[in-house]
Design a protein around this ligand. Structure first.
Ligand code: DX5
Ligand code: ZN
Length: 229
């Protein structure tokens, strides 16, 4: 399958005390996108990072796209802040916004690329009206809130469905997956039609802090599997 595959390490599993350095290293090792998980201890039972950290990464010199995954409710208030902080993509969960169409428009007005995120058990019905307005569809293959969980296999079926919808309409929309992805399953996920792969613990948990090339091995392993897809 000749898709343009992209690897998006989730900094949720990075060493936050050395974040700029971690991001530099993972990008140097060949990652394409920085996946930035925003959690509010309300929509999901965990609390992470906000626009200040996004801005700090930009000021540090990160030029790769920043993929802001909002696990917050409500979403609209924080979108302009992330746009100002340098977000490239902003994705949100439809059930976290009272007005999904308005939120998509707001992300575009702010100059960012909008995407919708679906939890494992959330139906895809809103895509019927929104797919042509999106740049990305993100399928959760774990329940959101934590890194290091196990991939939920039924999401592969969902990926095939979304791929079919995108292709049937001839749209240029990315299909991204998030949760439990690593060298052991990335090939199967790619074969289901996914083109953008979030990996947190598989990348940042892969090797010892003392190994200077620690991310080359794992990103290389992910790419090698993708080459066989
Ligand atoms: C979970 C986050 C993910 C998380 C994935 O709510 O959205 O991005 O970091 O972590 P892994 O790859 O460890 O499952
Ligand atoms: Zn995420």
């Amino acid at each position: 399958m000749a898709r343009n595959f992209r690897i998006a390490p989730s900094i949720l599993s990075a060493n936050f005390a050395k974040l700029g350095d971690e991001v530099d290293k993972v990008l140097r090792a060949g990652a394409d996108i920085v996946h930035f998980d925003v959690m509010d201890n309300h929509y999901v039972p965990n609390l992470t990072i906000g626009p200040l950290v996004c801005e700090a990464l930009k000021k540090h010199g990160v030029t790769a796209p920043i993929d802001v995954h909002l696990m917050v409710k409500p979403v609209d208030r924080i979108i302009p802040d992330f746009a100002k902080a340098g977000a490239t993509y902003i994705t949100f969960h439809p059930e976290a916004s009272e007005h999904v169409d308005r939120t998509i428009a707001l992300i575009r007005e702010c100059g960012c690329k909008p995407g919708l995120v679906f939890n494992p058990a959330t139906p895809l019905d809103v895509l019927e009206y929104t797919l042509d307005k999106l740049v990305m569809v993100l399928l959760m293959s774990v329940n959101p809130g934590f890194g290091g969980q196990k991939f939920i296999p039924y999401v592969l079926d969902k990926a095939r469905k979304v791929r079919q919808m995108i292709d049937a309409r001839g749209l240029d929309v990315s299909l991204e997956i998030d949760g439990g992805v690593g060298p052991a399953n990335i090939r199967e996920v790619a074969q289901a039609g996914v083109d953008t792969f979030v990996a947190g613990s598989a990348v940042f948990g892969a090797a010892k802090d003392s190994d200077p090339n620690r991310y080359d091995t794992v990103i290389g392993a992910l790419r090698a599997e993708l080459a066989k897809a």
